[in-house]
Design a protein around this ligand. Structure first.
Ligand code: GYE
Length: 311
């Protein structure tokens, strides 16, 4: 570039960056942790972070993104509640030359240049890890599974469902007998689990609950107890996130398998943004975070690790 544009980008680097973050809402413990970590990761780097709570509605998120564009922020982060319907607003961001990063959930668009990168786990793998664990645990024995799905249309719900189904397809005696959305919340996880229990001989037909996140699993554990059954024994549980409460449930013998998901999605996005603004370095399209299975024997150490992190 010319001397002028070099000088201008040096100025842009010197001025503190402002990033607008359109967050899904506050549906789960993991979500709250992600927001907390985003704030501290921004602070570490001297970035001003503006967070808009979408309250689980895409239209609110689209409004927030438009407002960030109007404010002329340096970059926009979106945790997209659902995977479709983003083209028009992303086109507006692109026209305004504002780079967009997606956090924790993916989107489906024809033109992938509408966003810079997505920071996410392999959500199919997360579902598969729980499914593989169940196949191994049952060792050929039959098992009726009920599934608590995440938000309808969310990439993570679609992918976790897919991975789990793929894994249990190897074990013909393991079947999903009921599947419904609990919208990733504790309250709905409990309500939907209550209806599953009622419909399945007061829970006696149910062998395992696969919840797409920990909060719904914790709601389900409550419902199982209230039905006079023992969670973790009469009905096994498997879920995803790794929030402190699920490790506590494991220590109480009430939860069986968990895949941890880091709440630090913003940190890698800030780093990719800084590299891009510095010299145009383009990040990989998918910045993948780790997915690992933890069992009750790991719960104490996991809980200690989480409390050391402050979330
Ligand atoms: O697992 C769940 C949250 O999109 C990865 O959304 C995220 C999921 C997370 O509500 O707890």
């Amino acid at each position: 570039g010319s001397a002028i544009s070099v000088a201008m980008s040096a100025m842009a680097l010197a001025a503190p960056l402002t990033v607008g973050f359109s967050q899904v809402g506050s549906e789960s413990g993991w979500r709250a942790a992600e927001t907390t970590v985003a704030k501290s990761e921004a602070q570490k780097r001297g970035i001003t972070l503006k967070i808009a709570d979408g309250q689980q509605k895409q239209e609110n998120q689209i409004k927030a993104v438009r407002s960030f564009i109007a404010q002329g922020v340096d970059a926009i982060f979106i945790a997209p509640v659902v995977q479709t319907g983003w083209e028009p607003v992303l086109q507006e961001a692109k026209s305004a030359k504002i780079p967009v990063f997606l956090l924790d959930r993916a989107i489906v668009v024809k033109d992938n240049s509408l966003y810079m990168a997505v920071v996410t786990a392999d959500n199919v793998l997360e579902g598969r890890l729980i499914g593989d664990w169940l196949v191994k645990t049952m060792n050929g024995k039959p098992c009726n599974v009920v599934e608590l799905q995440g938000t309808v249309g969310a990439s993570v719900a679609i992918d976790r469902k897919k991975g789990f189904a793929e894994a249990i397809a190897k074990a013909p005696a393991i079947k999903i007998i009921r599947s419904q959305s609990g919208d990733f919340t504790r309250t709905n996880g409990k309500v939907v689990m209550e209806s599953f229990i009622k419909a399945e001989n007061n829970g006696k037909n149910i062998c395992m609950v696969f919840a797409h996140n920990d909060d719904m699993a914790i709601g389900a554990i409550q419902a199982i107890k209230e039905a006079g059954l023992k969670p973790g024994k009469d009905i096994l549980t498997g879920s995803i996130d790794g929030v402190p409460d699920i490790y506590k449930a494991m220590l109480a013998g009430e939860a069986n398998a968990n895949v941890e998901l880091t709440p630090n999605m913003a940190g890698p996005a800030f780093d990719a943004l800084n590299a891009y603004l510095k010299d145009g370095t383009k990040p990989p399209k998918i910045i993948k975070t780790e997915s690992r299975l933890y069992l009750p024997a790991d719960a104490q150490a996991q809980l200690a690790k989480k409390s050391g992190m402050g979330y």
